[in-house]
Ligand binder design. Sequence first.
Ligand code: DLL
Length: 435
Amino acid sequence: MKMEHYYQPEIECASREQIKAWQDERLVAQVRHLWEHVPYYRKKMEEKGVTLDDVQSSADLQKLPFMTKTDLRDAYPYGLLAKPLSECVRIHSTSGTTGKRVVAFYTQHDIDLWEDCCARAIVAAGGSKEDVCQVSYGYGLFTGGAGLNGGAHKVGCLTVPISSGNTERQIMFLKDLNATILCCTPSYAAFLGETMKEMGMAPDQIPLKAGIFGAEAWSEEMRHDIEATLGIKAYDIYGLTELSGPGVAFECSAQCGMHINEDHFIAEIIDPDTGEVLPEGEKGELVFTSITKEAFPMVRYRTRDICVLSREKCSCGRTHVKMHKPMGRSDDMLIIRGVNVFPSQIETVLLNHGYSANYQIIVDRVKATDTLDIHVEMTPEIFTDNLGEISRRQKELADGMRSMLGLSAKVTLVAPKSIVRSEGKAVRVIDRRKI
Ligand code: DLL
C-alpha cells in the first residue's frame, strides 16, 4: 500500500527545547562514534586539546575542530569512514572539477534518513502519493537523482527517473505522463521552459504544479521567471554530498528561506576569515554538523556557502531554523579590482532588466588590471539587430552593474541561444586570470 503522507509534524514542528534535547544527545553520541572509529578525526581533536569529556551538549560544539574539503582530500578515499565497509551499501561523489573527488559513504540507515529528508521536501512543496514526480537531476555519482528519487518513493509519488538531458523527451513525458512535480537544477528548469515556448507550448498545456530546484545558486528573479514560463510554484532545495545530498534544507509554502532538518544537522554561521561564530542573523559561511549519520559523519564541516540563518516564526508551522538562499560560495566569490563580486548580483541586474539567466561572466587580467566582461543573451522577444539600440541597452546594463557592484563592466549582448545550456549545474564564470 502506498504511504499516505510524509509530513512529520512531531519532528518538523517540535519545540526549540525538544530540538535542542535531540541535538545535545545526538551530538555527544556522534562525536563519541568519530573518536572511537575515525583515527583521523580523533587526531584533529587531540591536536586541539579536546577530549570526549569536553563535549557534553551542543553548547560545546565550538570547542571542536572544523573539517574542510582539504581533510576530505587528505583522507581520500577511506580515511574518514566510521563504519566497516561491509556495512556500507553505496557511495556518491561530488562533481568538483579540481583536485580529488570527494567520496561519501552510506549505510542503509544513512540512505533511509537521507530519503526521509527528501520526502519532507517533496511534501513541503505540496507533494503527495497522488503526484507524478519527474526526477530530472542527474543519476549516478551525483546525489540529486538518487536523493529525490528515494524521497519521491517514500512519499508514494509515481516516480519518473528520467535523469537529465534529452530535453524534448523530458517535455514529452511531462505532458504524456501528466507530471505534477519536476525536480532538476534551476538552470535546467529555465531551459525546459524556454524549449517548451519554442515548441509553441503554453504552460497550461502541462499539469505541472511545482518544481523542486537546487544544487546551484539561483536568484529570486530567476524563481519568478521559471514560475511564469512553467506555470508552477518553484521551491528551493539545498544540500551537499558531504552531508548526504539534497534535503539538508528545503523550502515550504512560505517560499522564503529553507528549513534545515535540525534533527539531523546542526548549523552555524562563521566569519570565513577568522572562523569565529557569528551572532544569529549575520551573514557568513555556513558550517554543518551531521548528528545522525553512521558511515560518513561530518563535524563542523565548512561548506564555503555564504548565507544567513533566521529563526523567525514561519507561516507553515515548521520550527526548524531557516537558511536564506545562499548568495554564492565564498570560493565562487570573484575579487575584481579589489571588489567582492558574487555572480548572483550580476544575475539580479540582468533579470531585473528583463533578460533571462543565460549569461557568462569572463574575468581576465590585462596589463595588471582586472577586466569584467559579461555576455548576455537577448531573448527572442527583445532580439534586435539595430546597432544603435543594442549599444543603448548595453550601456543601460553596464550602468545597472555599476550601481549594483560599484565596478565598471563591459556588457555585450549576444544572439538568442548562443550561450551553451547546461543539463546540470550551469557554468557561468570563466576566470582567465593567471594569479
Ligand atoms: O548539489 C546536492 C543537491 C542536489 C542539492 C540536488 C540540491 C538538489 P554537491 O554536488 O556536493 O551536492 O554540491 C553542493 O552545491 O555546497 C552549494 O554550493 C551548492 N548548492 C546546493 N544546493 C543549493 C541551493 C548537491 N539550493 C554545493 N542554492 C553546495 C545554492 C546550492 N547553492
